[in-house]
Design a protein around this ligand. Structure first.
Ligand code: 2HA
Ligand code: ZN
Length: 276
């Protein structure tokens, strides 16, 4: 019989966990990943779903995700172990018809619960499903070192983070033309931070959590990992620049960005192209 681990989406999920671990973004049990299955994938895996766990409250209401299936990392599980034993470290969950409860249908073979950030993942999925007309399927949370460092030294404003990160690499405004959102420090793992983050997901594909990490959303694993990687690399360059010469000698100017936007067919909101 076909196994879940033969599915392409499952293999891409496991690979992405390992890629994130290799980048150094997942110390201990840090970070989490979720994937909203395509209808045909959910149908195909039904014979492999060997559990019907108890319905459990999500803690938030996501009616837009009623009856959807997700592959998620487990709470307290280490990204570095996912590739060694995916069945123990991840789970397939099903959302009920109202979008208020979930149940485990496969995985977490040694026991456990889905990621502690399930409210944020599901609220972000609900928003992104709506605004992308169903195209976005991946939500990724990582403890990206340089982005975290920046939240101690830059004002916690979307405009400032977006502009500074854009300036650090020419392709940045092409990769995240809508910019990045910033949430001030909040207690992780609950409804309040989920609400604040998902509100920003209407506008942005990436949201920074001050002194904690980042959330990224995308259509597939490559695009979502690539977005996280691009932003974190840009933050790394910015940290180096700030360490050596905070008053940059030269940079990419607002008019440079406007020229880039015209040539690369992207719209860059003028609110990020302010005079400094
Ligand atoms: O430990 O990253 O935000 C998992 C987390 C919580
Ligand atoms: Zn975290």
């Amino acid at each position: 019989m076909k196994q879940l681990c033969d599915e392409a989406f499952f293999q891409a999920f496991v690979r992405m966990c390992d890629d994130g671990w290799q980048q150094g973004w997942h110390e201990r049990n840090g970070g989490n990943l979720s994937y909203r299955l395509r209808p045909e994938e959910a149908v195909r895996i039904q014979p492999m779903l060997d559990q019907k766990g108890p319905w459990t409250e999500i803690g938030v209401s996501v009616p837009g995700l009623a009856k959807e299936f997700f592959l998620v990392t487990g709470s307290g599980k280490y990204f570095r172990n996912v590739i060694l034993n995916p069945e123990d470290n991840t789970a397939i969950i099903e959302i009920d018809g109202e979008g208020v409860n979930y149940r485990i249908r496969w995985g977490l073979s040694g026991g456990g619960r889905p990621t502690s950030e399930l409210p944020s993942h599901l609220m972000n999925h609900e928003v992104k499903k709506e605004v992308s007309n169903g195209r976005h399927r991946v939500i990724y949370h990582a403890h990206t070192t340089n982005v975290i460092a920046l939240t101690f030294v830059l004002p916690l404003k979307d405009e400032v983070f977006t502009r500074e990160l854009w300036e650090m690499a020419t392709e940045c405004p092409v990769v995240f033309p809508d910019g990045v959102g910033v949430v001030g420090w909040m207690v992780p793992g609950g409804r309040t931070i989920a609400q604040a983050t998902s509100k920003l997901m209407y506008q942005y594909d990436a949201v920074i959590w001050a002194h904690h990490g980042m959330f990224a959303s995308g259509e597939d694993f490559d695009g979502t990992f690539g977005l996280m990687h691009t932003i974190e690399k840009s933050a790394e360059i910015l940290m180096k620049v700030l360490a050596v010469r905070p008053d940059k000698l030269q940079t990419i100017t607002p008019d440079n960005f406007r020229d880039l936007a015209a040539d690369f067919n992207v719209t860059l909101p003028e609110r990020f192209l302010y005079d400094k």
